[in-house]
Write a protein that binds this ligand. Structure first.
Ligand SMILES: Cc1cc2nc3c(=O)[nH]c(=O)nc-3n(C[C@H](O)[C@H](O)[C@H](O)COP(=O)(O)OP(=O)(O)OC[C@H]3O[C@@H](n4cnc5c(N)ncnc54)[C@H](O)[C@@H]3O)c2cc1C
Length: 583
């Protein structure tokens, strides 16, 4: 069945217009970095963000940020570890940019005021995480790295907020991208809950747009991602005709606190470190099961643990397993994992006295809006960085703590490229025109059905049958919406345009594309696990599935094999084995 995606979301006509040289959408590590760097070099930067500046996955990042800062370490070693984690489909040039520029970018974060944890010698403390063969993870506040980075970046922004070169709009949701007659992206339609001069839907025009809208975890019923992670950037870029790549590669974290059948949205992460300290997984009958699955038992690679948990839940007919940390003792747990213990207790669980119910939940999107090494998407004028993008850095599986790093490295590259192009007179102002085709809008009441369908059929473990059921369920939701579209103006009958219905529409479009490409990839690789194709199939699938909406609506996909350089480098990484995934 051909997947058809509409060209735009139904929204009121823009009631106001603003303009800037560059619009940055999103205020996580990627968006803030891009905006701060651009502000120093171009005249007018507009930073828009869906809720408040601090809301996003960056704020929640725990473990840290990876970079070869230790003199004993090297970017080349970081590169090799990243390639191994990516299971043969990383873009080597992108990884090289990440690892070679990463240390300088992390030092810039320090200059900006980020306070990383330091050792007695005053140097930044570096720790090791799964998949890294060196200590190269800088962290802050113990397990609160993202909060500290976000604090420092927002403080830097506040320090310049009176500067006429930058305007910040909070509670400003990007609905769709604006394009000129040649498909060049030249702005966004924006819904602002404003107090001042702009309110409601407007048009923000610019010579370039940087998408930094983060992840898409809310596509599933449960995720570690915050509520803003509804895949808006991927969906808007897809509708506009940008190439979206590797969307099937999604990381599911094995141990996320299970809060009951009805629980949905962002769920608390129970760090791998708890198992690292000796906690064990048992099924609901109290039986350990990981020893039979992998030589490393409970510390097996993350995707292996997630898969084993799914299998055990099926075997026992339960929707969760248990993580038993009682033998570690109250005093140790409170000292070693203060945030996790506090959060569990807030929610009525005490790891010191009872096993914690856990189940896998969505954690990270490795794919997204395809970009080149400069952060340029396939659409002129559109850039993407951070989790919304697919730079090729992560391949099929992100290496621990590489995502914060990717955000700063590629946001900086984008700022440099836009600066150069604007200075050279490239990307001149242009006129947006209404995109052809009827708009669509999905009622927010469909949100739960979308999330359930994705969780049931396109979760941690997939098969042709499960994916086909999800495809059918999502198609039925889309068809019902199409039937609702009323009259010549294309306004959706009975559905009120607004943040809820726009987000729900985005969840549907991302879910539809993801299931379509997951069906095509008939193998298991990294974050894409097929029970009916349990092995990796390099002959057919060592490459990327790239999707693009054609102007009439059908989405076409192409398969691009990886270049042989990746293979050579992977071979050079002998002795390395894919280990645990990221925090
Ligand atoms: C619990 C948890 C722990 C993690 N731990 C680590 C770790 O230790 N190390 C690591 O490297 N990575 C970690 N990650 C992943 C990492 O945090 C994210 O990949 C990274 O922060 C993404 O940054 P970003 O700037 O792309 O997006 P985000 O930080 O998610 O920011 C996206 C921004 O876009 C805005 N936005 C979204 N939609 C719209 C719209 N339509 N209009 C306007 N604005 C919009 C959001 O409001 C937000 O401001 C973790 C993630 C989670 C959830």
């Amino acid at each position: 069945m051909t997947l058809t995606i509409p060209s735009r979301l139904a929204a009121p006509e823009p009631g106001w217009t603003i303009s800037a040289d560059v619009i940055v959408a999103g205020s996580g590590i990627a968006g803030l970095t891009a905006a701060l760097r651009l502000r120093q070099r171009v005249d007018r930067v507009l930073l828009v963000t869906k809720t408040v500046l601090s809301e996003g996955s960056t704020e929640w990042a725990q473990g840290g940020i990876a970079a070869a800062l230790d003199p004993a370490d090297s970017p080349e070693e970081h590169l090799r570890d990243t390639l191994v984690a990516g299971v043969g489909v990383c873009d080597v040039a992108a990884v090289r940019a990440l690892v070679s520029e990463g240390p300088a970018r992390v030092r810039e974060l320090v200059s900006l005021g980020t306070e990383f944890d330091r050792g007695p010698d005053g140097e930044i403390s570096l720790t090791r995480e799964g998949g890294h063969h060196r200590d190269r993870i800088a962290h802050a506040g113990g397990d609160a790295t993202g909060r500290e980075i976000s604090r420092a970046l927002i403080a830097a922004l506040h320090a310049v907020q009176d500067d006429p070169g930058i305007e910040v709009l909070e509670h400003a949701l990007v609905v769709d991208l604006l394009q000129d007659a040649d498909q060049r992206v030249c702005g966004v339609t924006l819904h602002v809950i404003g107090e001042g001069q702009v309110d409601g839907v407007g048009a923000a025009q610019a010579r370039a747009v940087v998408l930094a809208t983060g992840g898409l975890g809310q596509v599933w019923s449960s995720t570690t991602n915050p509520s803003v992670a509804t895949g808006d950037g991927v969906a808007a870029a897809l509708r506009a005709g940008a190439v979206v790549t590797d969307l099937e590669f999604v990381q599911f974290h094995p141990t996320v606190l299970w809060l009951g059948e009805g629980a949905s949205g962002q769920q608390p992460l129970i760090s791998e470190a708890v198992r690292g300290e000796g906690a064990v997984l048992v099924d609901t009958a109290g039986v350990r099961f990981m020893q039979d699955v992998h030589p490393m038992a409970d510390l097996a690679p993350r995707d292996v643990v997630a898969r084993a948990i799914v299998a055990r839940m099926a075997l026992t007919g339960s929707d969760h397993v248990l993580l038993d940390a009682r033998h570690l003792g109250r005093e140790f747990l409170e000292r070693r994992f203060p945030s996790i213990v506090a959060r569990c207790r807030e929610l009525g669980f005490d790891p010191a006295t009872e096993p914690l119910p856990v189940a896998p939940a969505q954690h990270y999107a490795s794919g997204g809006v395809e970009t080149d090494l400069l952060g340029r998407s396939s659409l002129e004028g559109l850039y993407a960085c951070g989790e919304v993008s697919c730079t090729g850095v992560h391949g099929a599986n992100r290496l621990a703590s590489n995502s914060l790093l990717e955000g700063i490295v590629f946001a900086s590259r984008i700022a440099d490229d836009i600066t150069d192009r604007l200075a050279a007179g490239d990307l001149p102002p242009t006129t947006a025109r209404l995109r052809e085709g009827p708009p669509t809008l999905i009622d927010s009441t469909a949100r739960t059905a979308i999330q359930r369908a994705m969780t049931a059929g396109a979760g941690a473990v997939r098969s042709a049958g499960s994916l086909a059921s999800t495809v059918a369920a999502l198609a039925a939701i889309a068809a019902a919406a199409d039937a609702d579209v009323a009259g010549g103006d294309g306004s959706p009958g009975g559905v009120t345009p607004g943040p809820q219905s726009w987000e729900t529409s985005n969840l549907l479009h991302v879910g539809q594309l993801l299931t379509a490409v997951a069906l095509q990839r008939e193998e298991t690789r990294g974050g894409h696990v097929r029970s009916d194709f349990p092995d990796r199939d390099d002959a057919r699938f060592r490459g990327h599935i790239r999707a693009r909406r054609t102007p009439d609506g059908p989405v076409g996909t192409t398969y691009t094999p990886v270049e042989s350089a990746a293979e050579d480098l992977l071979a050079a990484a002998h002795g390395s084995t894919p280990q645990e995934g990221p925090r």
